[in-house]
Design a protein around this ligand. Structure first.
Ligand code: BV8
Length: 233
């Protein structure tokens, strides 16, 4: 970590995509078709009612075609391009707005709507259309084994080792648009060095606000470009 160029780790949640028109979990107060998200977004929920769960994700995958990255997404792409130190963007979001904004050093720790995984052969495929109960796996041809490549509640988030390594050595940690309800993401702020700058950008204080040294309140499309300008000055 060069003295002048600290390494930067950024965690984003549903709040950064809110102004693009994607609902946050809190806005839907965790309810979807009178089911709790934690009930449909679980392996048990998928086992119990695959059609319902596939429909939940098909609806959200289709919605991606109707939204675009907002000023906060674009500011983070600019930040990565100009930042002289190490940079890692970790998102809890399963939308593709950070990808479309142009970020490269990007981890979708809860998976992606635009990917499907075969429960039989483990293959992971880019997937843009609906997933059905009998969609054949492009690799092993198994029927009805394709699921969204999404981390459900009770499942292990992706690339946790890589994330942990980056957190332990970062000089600046930003948390943008996340309520701090869902672990292990909500615990990341407690894994960074005590000397690191820890900034929370949100409309309101999150569940883990007390662990941050600085807070910028307001909509992400205002607070993120502002902070990026400061960091790049
Ligand atoms: C695991 C994919 C273990 C699905 C998601 C009891 C206590 C503590 C923990 C647990 C517990 N019981 C169970 C657990 C563990 C559980 C958990 O944390 N549950 C919570 C509900 C209590 N966690 C897990 O199960 C994780 N796995 O623990 O595995 C394990 C260990 C070893 C081996 C195997 C397994 C897996 C969690 C991942 C679940 N999948 N997503 C899908 O998307 O459909 S989580 C899902 O909800 C999202 O991905 C997102 O991460 C989360 C919602 O969080 P946010 O992104 O923060 O969104 P939210 O709406 O909550 O907040 C929005 C924020 O934005 C707000 O603060 C708002 O103010 C702000 N905002 C709004 N608008 C704006 C804005 N800010 C700025 N500008 C704006 N315009």
């Amino acid at each position: 970590m060069g003295a002048g160029h600290p390494s930067l780790v950024i965690l984003t949640g549903a709040g950064i995509s809110a102004e693009s028109g994607l609902r946050t979990f809190r806005a839907s107060d965790g309810l979807w078709e009178e089911h709790r998200i934690e009930d449909v977004a679980t392996p048990e929920g998928f086992e119990r009612n695959p059609e319902l769960v596939q429909r939940f994700y098909n609806d959200r995958r289709r919605q991606l075609g109707t939204v675009v990255p907002n000023a906060a997404h674009l500011a983070l792409a600019e930040l990565e391009k100009s930042w002289r130190g190490d940079f890692l963007l970790v998102t809890q979001n399963v939308d593709d707005l950070h990808d479309r904004a142009g970020n490269q050093s990007l981890i979708h720790m809860h998976g992606e709507l635009h990917k499907a995984r075969c429960q039989r052969c483990g293959g992971v495929f880019r997937w843009e259309e609906d997933l059905g109960a009998m969609t054949p796996c492009p690799s092993c041809r198994a029927l009805g084994e394709l699921r969204p490549h999404i981390v459900w509640f009770g499942e292990m988030p992706l690339e946790m080792d890589r994330i942990g390594e980056a957190l332990e050595r970062c000089g600046i940690f930003l948390a943008i648009g996340t309520s701090g309800n869902v672990y292990p993401a909500a615990g990341f702020v407690r894994m960074v060095p005590r000397t690191a700058r820890r900034i929370e950008l949100n409309l309101e204080a999150s569940q883990v606000a007390s662990a941050f040294s600085e807070h910028r309140s307001g909509p992400a499309t205002v607070t993120v470009p502002e902070l990026v300008r400061e960091l790049l000055a």
